[in-house]
Design a protein around this ligand. Structure first.
Ligand code: G2H
Length: 249
């Protein structure tokens, strides 16, 4: 069975109530292929999750941008996966490079977070990607393999995992990876999963690309055989997000 195209909108730390209403209004009116063709998930900041969920069309879904690594408790400022269960939020983004870099999240910590969220029935968009220095040093594949291994070490069932390859040098910079650059890493990742997890998971796991995706570059990126969708930041706040969703066909 083919891999269903996946488009995630990562709103990051952006938005007011009025802006959120406007974005959701645009999404709700959009003409896009059905859920059988493309899975659409938007990820507002935590404080807007229930609001967005209540307004959003039923064929689009919501994701949190993070979750605590274990059961909730005395962790000031954190949000637990149990709360996502309680609010019926199906998806969570974990291991985004902004958290890895700014908040020092390690590979092992991200692996633990992914495993814990999955254990509570959440679906996970797990982010990996190399820095510019690592790319220039020729270690891209080794870096993303190590990040993926830290997840694979803790996860036995990959049904609810989407892997998001997001080269750090392409995030929010306007410097998108070329389709060939992205395809090369996606193919290497799929091979890594094939060799280290199994052929069935390698064939079915969706590997999406993130980093300066926009309405102008999504179609060509989407045409690459191992690019199964996108995680979109800046452009997910704009009407061009609809064009990105439509690049599924
Ligand atoms: C990468 C991406 C969304 P942007 O972080 O996850 O952001 O599309 O703004 O580069």
């Amino acid at each position: 069975m083919g891999r269903k195209f996946f488009v995630g909108g990562n709103w990051k730390c952006n938005g007011t109530t009025e802006e959120v209403k406007k974005i959701v209004g645009t999404l709700n009116e959009a003409q896009v292929p059905g859920e059988d063709v493309v899975e659409v998930v938007v990820s507002p900041p935590y404080v807007f999750l229930p609001f967005v969920k209540s307004l959003l069309r039923s064929d689009f879904h919501v994701a949190a941008q993070n979750a605590w690594v274990r059961k909730g408790g005395a962790y000031t400022g954190e949000i637990s996966a149990e709360m996502l269960v309680n609010l019926d939020i199906p998806w969570v983004i974990l291991g985004h490079s902004e958290r890895r870099q700014l908040l020092n999240e390690t590979n092992e910590f991200v692996g633990d977070k992914v495993a814990y969220a999955l254990s509570l029935g959440r679906k996970v968009i797990a982010c990996i990607g190399e820095t510019l220095e690592q790319r220039e040093a020729g270690t891209t594949i080794a870096v993303v393999a190590e990040q993926t291994k830290a997840i694979a070490d803790k996860v036995s069932n990959w049904d609810n995992v989407v892997l998001a390859y997001e080269p750090v040098w392409a995030i929010g910079t306007g410097k998108v990876a070329s389709p060939a650059q992205a395809q090369e890493v996606h193919a290497a990742l799929r091979k890594w999963v094939h060799d280290n997890v199994g052929a069935e998971v390698a064939a079915s796991v969706r590997i999406i690309y993130g980093g300066s995706v926009n309405g102008g570059n999504s179609k060509e990126l989407a045409s690459q055989p191992d690019i199964d969708g996108f995680l979109v930041g800046g452009a997910s706040l704009k009407p061009e997000f609809i064009d990105i969703i439509n690049s599924a066909t």
